[in-house]
Design a protein around this ligand. Structure first.
Ligand code: SF4
Length: 274
């Protein structure tokens, strides 16, 4: 079980690994991340195209409806981001979720204006305790971030947002999923760690082969290399003393599969010898 300050969460996988339900208000996301699973699904079911995904279309019903108390923690949002352009409706719904007694995990590639607005609004209220920020920061290098997440804030802006929320006394956590750079992972954690009160989630990119047309691009190679079981065992060893680190299902699955492969190979060698 993963402990938070207010309740316990059972580890499962995907969104359920972090929360019990989710809330979304828009179709599309201006960050336009190349690896985005929500985008893939929207394109697959004909709701969007690669070009139109970055246009955020509001779901008025989701904004205007009432939100009651739900069972467990709510993740908000999961299939778009909270950007300055959509801040007002997002704030409206965030207020409804909190005032109905819900614990909210705010997941975002943080924009400083957005984070300031949220922190300042709830600063002297009871609801502050029911918010946890989870900021996605998958790399230190802005060129890498720009390649994979072209519409999202720079590293500096995300780092400033983390510092702002931490200094304002909010619960903070980080998602390094997907890891975008192998070499800088240790430095990334070292820089962010002092501003994290809760957890640091690390995961790899799924479905890489469909993310870039040119498979030889260095960014593609780098993302692919983060899925190497040898590298994953090394980083698990490197971070073994850091109690905030949590491994996402993407990593656990790779390592379980690899361990199975190794034991099958050993068994087959033993049988050959026998
Ligand atoms: S921020 Fe999230 S929802 Fe938006 S494009 Fe990136 S992965 Fe998709």
């Amino acid at each position: 079980m993963i402990e938070t300050k207010t309740k316990k969460h059972k580890i499962t996988s995907g969104v359920k690994e972090w929360a019990d339900s989710s809330v979304n208000l828009f179709s599309g996301c201006e960050n336009a991340c190349k690896y985005c699973y929500a985008k893939k699904m929207a394109i697959r079911f004909g709701r969007k195209t690669e070009e139109t995904w970055k246009n955020m279309e509001i779901n008025e019903n989701a904004v205007n409806k009432k939100y009651g108390k739900r069972k467990g923690r709510i993740m908000f949002p999961t299939s778009h981001d909270i950007t300055p352009a959509v801040l007002d409706p997002c704030m409206e719904v965030l207020k409804k979720l909190l005032t109905s007694g819900n614990e909210v995990l705010i997941t975002t590639k943080p924009n400083l204006l957005v984070i300031r607005t949220i922190c300042d609004l709830f600063q002297n209220t009871f609801y502050k305790n029911w918010i946890q920020f989870r900021f996605t920061i998958g790399a230190l290098d802005d060129k890498t971030l720009k390649f994979w997440e072209p519409g999202a804030p720079s590293f500096t802006e995300r780092f400033q947002s983390l510092q702002y929320a931490f200094n304002a006394g909010y619960k903070t956590s980080i998602s390094i999923e997907p890891v975008l750079e192998r070499v800088h992972l240790f430095s990334l954690v070292r820089i962010l760690d002092p501003y994290i009160t809760e957890s640091i989630w690390i995961g790899t990119m799924n479905y890489i082969s469909t993310n870039v047309p040119d498979k030889d691009l260095k960014y593609y190679k780098e993302a692919r290399a983060t899925r190497d079981p040898k590298y994953l065992r090394e980083i698990q060893d490197l971070f073994r003393h850091n109690k905030k680190i949590r491994w996402k299902d993407s990593i656990r699955n790779i390592l379980e599969k690899d361990a199975k492969k190794i034991s099958e190979k050993r068994l087959s060698n033993l049988m050959k010898m026998g």
